[in-house]
Design a protein around this ligand. Sequence first.
Ligand SMILES: C[S@@+](CC[C@H](N)C(=O)[O-])C[C@H]1O[C@@H](n2cnc3c(N)ncnc32)[C@H](O)[C@@H]1O
Length: 338
Amino acid sequence: MAQATLTYTGELSDSWLTELMDRTGHESDGDYGVAHLPVLLTETVGQLILQENGVYMDGTTGDGGHSQAILRAQPQVKTVLGIDWDSRSMETSQARLAEFGERFVSVHGNYSDMVSLAAEQGITEVNGILLDLGFSSTQIENPGYGLSFQTDEPLDMRYDLDGDVTAEEIVNTYKERELGQLIRRFGEEPRGMSIARAIIKERPVETTVQLADIIVGVLGRRPGQRVNPATRTFQALRIAVNEELTNVENGLDAAVSLLATAGRLAVISYHSLEDRIVKSFFNQEAATCVCPPSLPVCICATMPRIKIINRRVIKPSSEEIQSNPRSRSAKLRVVQRI
Ligand SMILES: C[S@@+](CC[C@H](N)C(=O)[O-])C[C@H]1O[C@@H](n2cnc3c(N)ncnc32)[C@H](O)[C@@H]1O
């Protein structure tokens, strides 16, 4: 499909925004239908691209919605290095972004290894990095991932098929206490211990619906309750299988070290566990003094690595939430390398 060039001028004009959304969010693009609607698209691109001929990294390319928007918004952008752990989504982004030729470089890997993955491409610093955390609609809606209880399938939950551990292994091998703590911690599920006890009684637990039914058996379901009570436990297992919180911690540190001076890091998180890590890492790295408050003068000579661009998180507009309900929990935080 031939595309005219969109030029991002540094100001988000209404027509620019509308055109960008129409092209990247709401159309089926070419032969490969787009299931995942990129979240906070215009806000993210607007915050990220400061260097018009820069090199950018999309650490969670997924179906390529944000990468595509970056490349279209600014035709002088030299390269977008797109990393993802999921080779199945990478096939989608590669096909979708083929029109950009060598300007889009696709790399399979964990974004927490971004420094070495970039170095393998001859890149030692970048002008902007995006981390759009978690999973995509494509991953939760399509069979094969085992992330959802909407269809009954093996309890897998790995983004990376080369990953060692599946959710099935966790539910069938962890001790009761270990499993309960995991569900409490990563799912923020107060009844984690009772759920773990019920799972252990029913072992082997092999499919998504079998697991969801066990959880509903413990928690019950009120008539009209919108969110399935199994959601928190599924979140916990997904986080554990993919070591999501450790990757966020390591990925943030790697990103700051890879950024060129004045380069920006934009992070979109979808739940409080992720956002807490992002917020506290940014505050810590932006701190100008870490002396105990009891000291009358600063003696630490702390040199912050970043400055915070938005103290208040950027959230989706009500229009975006209406057209893409999955965006409702998204929070965008942006920092700039000093
Ligand atoms: C919310 S989706 C990104 C969607 C993307 N921005 C788009 O517009 O299509 C998150 C993506 O991050 C990937 N992912 C999760 N953890 C990862 C990790 N540690 N390293 C690399 N990719 C990861 C998932 O496979 C998924 O494709």
